[in-house]
Design a binder for this molecule. Structure first.
Ligand SMILES: Cc1cc2nc3c(=O)[nH]c(=O)nc-3n(C[C@H](O)[C@H](O)[C@H](O)COP(=O)(O)OP(=O)(O)OC[C@H]3O[C@@H](n4cnc5c(N)ncnc54)[C@H](O)[C@@H]3O)c2cc1C
Length: 394
């Protein structure tokens, strides 16, 4: 292999490039990224950066020296606009066409928008460092904030906005925050957490419009006709894999770039991170928007691009920080699974729980119990029979 192109210069793209070099790839390496910034870490955006606790230098993923050691050509501030997977060519937005014999797709995900309201000043999305700095400035000037979407991003921003002393309303059509990720019991604990910190949690109702005056947002209208005044609105209604540039490429695009169990999308093409959907040998088709997965999958994808054949079958890991609560999750959680608290007590603000599909343990969750999370991870890895979690000491 003589020329590998990595498209997407963030967690997954950088890790893939490093893994290629570590595995002995000595050929030409080109890294293409739409953002003008050097690779940086996204999880602190909705936490330390938004709160103003860290400055932006702190989230840079590698020093200039380490980036230089990669001996790669960096094309930043330029998107890839098309791929010809058969002819092995990537076209860039500035018209350049680059030939490759190996390609890593690591273009992440793009925030979903509402079908209305985004032309109003004061309406924000959150994905990039630039989005975060704009939101941080907005929060400094705002008094009332409406957050559309009570997923992990909406919930984290609600927590920061309350810490900044703002009046916060969080709205979601589902019955409780993060219910899709964590299920009903956890959803109601999260609603309690946010209400306890003064957030007006409005779940089970959709937003029907954003209202404005002279081009500036003034609030949110709900499906029952009620109004929530707000001088800042964050739309946090999920993200979709960034695959627009792959239309007509010859790759199979479903919920992300569809890959086999080796993260291979086509001969000479692998995908990793938020953009990749792959066939997990134990679990079936999955696409994860988790920071740890970006690193692990990019490493596996890079090795497989170089000719190894290692199935990618991680125990996935995800965390979220809200107020003084850290929630950590290994494996599969969700509202379609059984849920059982196995240690601690929610009333004490520390507990751990397991998720199961009726037969086996699929996931483990810890709420301010990090050590327990690591212990319970073993039950996820071993797929412990669900029935034995009722009787055995965990
Ligand atoms: C605010 C925020 C907070 C988060 N907090 C957590 C957390 O607490 N815990 C957790 O586990 N995960 C968290 N995540 C998720 C985690 O950050 C992602 O899973 C991770 O960043 C995925 O890495 P990636 O490299 O696949 O994609 P990304 O980080 O999205 O990077 C993709 C890069 O590709 C670029 N790109 C897109 N299209 C093109 C193109 N056509 N050409 C060239 N470049 C392109 C993008 O501009 C971007 O720089 C958070 C995400 C966000 C946004």
């Amino acid at each position: 292999m003589e020329h590998v192109i990595v498209v997407g210069a963030s967690a997954a793209g950088l890790t893939a490039a490093e893994a290629l070099r570590r595995e002995g790839y000595a050929g030409e390496l080109t890294i293409v990224g739409e953002e003008r910034h050097s690779p940086y870490d996204r999880p602190p955006l909705s936490k330390q950066i938004l709160r103003g606790a860290w400055d932006k230098e702190r989230i840079v993923l590698r020093s200039d020296e380490l980036l230089a050691d990669l001996n790669a050509a960096w094309i930043l501030g330029t998107a890839a606009s098309a791929l010809d997977a058969l002819g092995r060519k990537v076209t860039l937005a500035d018209g350049r066409v680059l030939a490759y014999d190996g390609l890593v797709i690591a273009t992440g995900a793009t925030p979903r928008r509402l079908p209305f309201g985004h032309d109003l000043a004061g309406v924000h999305l959150l994905r990039t460092l630039d989005d975060t700095l704009a939101l941080r400035d907005g929060l400094r000037q705002a008094r009332t904030v409406a957050i559309v979407g009570a997923g992990f991003l909406g919930a984290e921003v609600a927590a920061v906005a309350r810490e900044l002393g703002l009046a916060v309303t969080m709205i979601d059509p589902l019955p409780a925050p993060m219910i899709r990720q964590f299920g009903a019991e956890m959803g109601s604990l999260l609603a309690q957490l946010h209400r306890g910190h003064g957030v007006d949690v409005r779940c089970g109702i959709a937003v029907s419009a954003l209202t404005g005056d002279e081009g500036r947002v003034t609030g949110v209208e709900l499906a029952d006709g009620s109004q929530v005044p707000a001088d800042l609105v964050l739309v946090a209604v999920g993200a979709t894999p960034a695959t627009g540039w792959l239309a007509g490429s010859g790759l199979v695009i479903g919920d992300g770039v569809e890959c086999d169990q080796y993260c291979v999308a086509a001969p000479g093409v692998v995908a990793a991170g938020d953009v990749a959907s792959w066939d997990h040998p134990g679990v079936g088709r999955r696409r994860l928007e988790h920071r740890m997965n970006a690193t692990e999958q990019a490493t596996a994808a890079a090795k497989n691009l170089l000719g190894q054949s290692i199935p990618f079958e991680p125990v996935s890991y995800f965390w979220t920080d809200q107020y003084d609560v850290k929630i950590q999750v290994y494996g599969r959680s969700g509202d379609d699974l059984d849920f059982r608290i196995v240690a601690g007590d929610p009333a004490d603000g520390r507990f751990a729980a397991l998720y199961g599909d009726g037969e086996r343990v699929t996931g483990a969750l810890a709420w301010n119990l990090p050590r327990q999370a690591r212990v319970l991870r073993e039950h996820v890895a071993r797929r412990t029979p669900w029935s034995s979690t009722e009787t055995e000491s965990l």
